[in-house]
Each structure stands twice: as C-alpha cells, then as structure tokens.
Design a protein around this ligand. Sequence first.
Ligand code: GUN
Length: 286
Amino acid sequence: MATLIDGKAHAQALRDAVAGEVRRLGEGHGLVPGLAVVLLGEDPASQVYVRSKGRHAREVGMRSFEHCLPAATPEAELLSLIATLNHDPAVHGILVQLPLPDPIDTEAVIAAIDPAKDVDGFHPLNAGALAAGGEGLVPCTPLGCLTLLKAHLGDLAGKHAVVLGRSRIVGRPMASLLLREDCTVTLAHSRTANPAKVCRQGDILVAAVGQPGLVQGDWVKAGATVIDVGITRLGNGDTTRLVGDVNPACVSRVAGALTPVPGGVGPMTIACLLHNTLIAACRQHR
Ligand code: GUN
C-alpha cells in the first residue's frame, strides 16, 4: 500500500518556520508582513478560503487586511482598491480571490497588482519569470506540491514527471517548477490522446484537473509518487465530502506514495501563501 503524504504536518512545519521568521523580522527590523485578501461576491467556498487565509496570517504574526466587496462592484472600483493597496506600505502581499464574477476582466485585475506584491504569482511578469526559469513569486498550490515532492523524494533530477492539467493556477506553473528541478516533464491535458498511457510513464504524477476520481490504478506506474490537487465537493446538505482527481482505493495499491484529499495539498497552499508574503515583505524592505 502507498505511503500517505501528510500535508497537514508539512504545512504546520512550514507555518512554524514562517512564524519564526516573522518574529525575527519584527524584533530585528520592526517589520510586520501584511497580507491583503480581496473577495468579490458571496460564494460560500471562497468566503471560507478568505477567512481561513486571514486567520492563518494572523496566527503567524502577520497583519491581515480583508476586503469583502459586493459581487456587483464596478471593475473601476476594484482597480482603484488595488492601486491603494499597491501604494500602502503596510501591505506586502495582495491576493484577489478567483474566480471573479462577470463581467470583471480577470486579466486586467491581475495585471493591476504590483508584481512585487503578487503573492499568487499570477501576474504576467511573475508567470513569465517562472516560465523563463527565473526567480519571481511562484503560485502557491504548485509550490506546495513541489515542497511535498522534495520532502518525500529528495532530489528530483532525472525523474519523469507527468502533470495532468494545464491551468494557470496549477498545471502550467507546476510543469515549469518541475523543469527547474531537472525533471523530464510531460504536460498532459483534456486533449491528450490516451492519457492513461501518458500518466503511466510518470515516476511523479501530479493530477490537477478537477475531475473526481479520474485517475485509476492503471493510470499509475508501480511505485510512483502521486500528488492529488483536485478538490471537488460532492453531495449536498450534511453529507458533503471532498474528493480528489485520484481514485484512492485503487491508486494506493499501485503508487509508492499518495497525498490524501483532504489533508494533502490543500493545507500546503495557505502555508505557501504565508511563505510568499514573508518573501515579498523581505524583498520590499531591502
Ligand atoms: N481560487 C482558487 N485557487 C486560488 C488561488 O490559488 N488564488 C486565488 N487568488 N484564487 C484562487
């Protein structure tokens, strides 16, 4: 049976390390990192995420600024808020929760964020730096996946990594990060022919498509390390449960290691957001 990779424990360790650095910055430099989170609309799942990001930021000693605006907020008003946050010296990180309601132009909003404060790593300058193999701010979920992979496998050089899904939030930056670690990278997606065969080549398989239980046992190489990024809420009322892109019952019989859902990648995302906020604060302070 596959080893379960404990994302909660790794996330706690990363948050503890960030908290230690935040304390040191405060004592040594009087610097308190600040994270601003902006939410438009009343989507319950997004509200839960935003509240959780604020709470975790405060727990590691950061300042948290939460801006919850109505879904009908005009784009100009959102851009004006971002400009204010860009110029606020107490704010070192800015995150606008996605997806944004129609008819807001998501690209315009992301491009308006100061790249130095773009703790999501979605600004074209940060996305471009990562694609070019350089150093910017890296999207939190793939950074969390990479942290788990390196903790479990050590050096990743020469391993064949298959990334399933080509989203801006996970798939594309994940492929760039694995390339930076000297993996041989295959990026598979919804138009890939015979995805099971392609995925079966991976010593590492990262599944990030948002299709519950898509990855079956015969999609996985024996002994592979499988990272399940999917989180889909199934059911209704009191009986909802979170499921990943991987069918854990059959994949755990083939894989060497697997991240559970929940308790795998999810907790790492917020821990990496705090890590990015700390890095952004240090770079802006120099
Ligand atoms: N919505 C789902 N994932 C994310 C994320 O990583 N960042 C932001 N801003 N919104 C999201």
